[in-house]
Write a protein that binds this ligand. Structure first.
Ligand code: URA
Length: 213
């Protein structure tokens, strides 16, 4: 059964503009779905406007919601380390999320991350499409299943497709890999090291496929 809030979902309507700043400004006021009500702010993408690689995460987390910037919390730290190890300079890639508002539920004083559903991902997709039109990346890296679903639909499975060079209507080349926060959830050091190494390998595949490696 849907709650009233879940009913409140329609596609975002980015303005028809050739200015990235205007686009970002417009995204600040997005009310296309109910997630804006409990988030601090819209977290838009950032990075060079002609970056060869665009990284797409799921949605801002607690830290990002407060800072207004993508991937600045614990997942961002491990992402930065892996990017550097793969030979990718974070300052040279555009980083964004499939969903631009933090979805969470309260647990005591904490805000616990909730996965966005397919309707919320679809509602937010026009913003990402608009970012794609500006940046025109040679390659997109989908970090986790929500980003993969934004590009390939709800049946997309990262476990099946990770590390392959795929193509989608939105981007000529797409490489999907796990979300960096999954590395933080590994049960022990051995699996953390193993999964981290696999993540770096996927990023190297992306760098090479973008013609940058
Ligand atoms: N997780 C994401 O998917 N994106 C962020 O910006 C931070 C954490």
């Amino acid at each position: 059964m849907r709650t009233n809030d879940e009913e409140y979902v329609r596609p975002a309507t980015p303005p028809d503009t050739s200015s990235w700043s205007q686009l970002r400004e417009a995204a600040r006021d997005c009310t296309a779905c109910h997630l804006y009500k409990s988030a601090t702010q819209t977290v838009f993408g950032e990075g060079p406007k002609r970056a060869p690689i665009m990284l797409v995460g799921e949605q801002p987390g607690d830290y990002e919601d407060v800072a207004g910037k993508p991937f600045v919390g614990p997942a961002g730290k491990i992402l930065d380390r892996a990017l550097a190890e793969a030979g990718i300079n974070r300052d040279e890639v555009y980083v964004t999320n499939a969903v631009k508002h933090f979805k969470w539920e309260p647990r005591g004083k904490r805000r616990i991350h909730q996965k966005p559903n397919s309707r919320e991902i679809a509602a937010c997709r026009p913003w990402m499409e608009a970012e794609m039109r500006f940046v025109k990346p040679k390659l997109v890296v989908c970090l986790g299943s929500s980003a993969g679903q934004a590009f390939f639909g709800a049946s997309f499975r990262v476990t099946r497709e990770r590390g392959k060079v795929l193509s989608s209507k939105l981007a000529p080349k797409v490489v999907a890999t796990v979300h960096p926060s999954s590395l933080l959830r590994q049960p022990d050091e051995m699996s953390r090291d193993r999964e981290y190494a696999r993540f770096v390998v996927d990023l190297r595949v992306a760098l090479k496929a973008a013609g940058e490696g």
